[in-house]
Design a protein. Structure first.
Length: 130
């Protein structure tokens, strides 16, 4: 099975310990091939930096979680490759271009999109809402 993970999967699974997100991460270590757009690393890093600033997570732990996030995906697709299609989908489906990158990737790969974002999940045919 192949899945597209957005940043919420990593943040909720690693920093928040949310069980459903954690289960998807565990599956990615076993039987799910994860594909992500390259922007996911900046999104996860930004979220983890917020946790550190709010003293919800030590910086050393946040860095370990970010490093794990960078290693987990089987394949990373550059945003330059996704941007033109993402722009069109963003306008058509009222998404941000960032979120539309995940939608484009999910549809191009015929893969389930795993996300905690209800609007993004509703914008694609195959989604698993956390």
């Amino acid at each position: 099975m192949q899945a597209i993970f957005d940043a919420s999967v990593f943040v909720r699974g690693l920093a928040d310990g949310q069980p459903t997100a954690g289960a998807w991460i565990d599956r990615a270590l076993d039987d799910v091939a994860v594909v992500v757009p390259s922007l996911v690393f900046a999104e996860v890093g930004n979220a983890l930096a917020g946790y550190v600033r709010k003293a919800r997570l030590p910086a050393v732990d946040a860095l370990k979680q970010l490093e794990f996030t960078v290693r987990l995906p089987r394949r990373v697709v550059g945003t330059g490759e996704l941007a033109p299609s993402a722009f069109r989908i963003a306008l058509d489906r009222e998404l941000s271009v960032y979120d539309a990158c995940y939608a484009v990737l999910s549809e191009a790969e015929d893969a389930v999109l795993v996300t905690a974002d209800r609007i993004l999940a509703a914008a694609v045919e195959r989604a698993e809402l956390l």
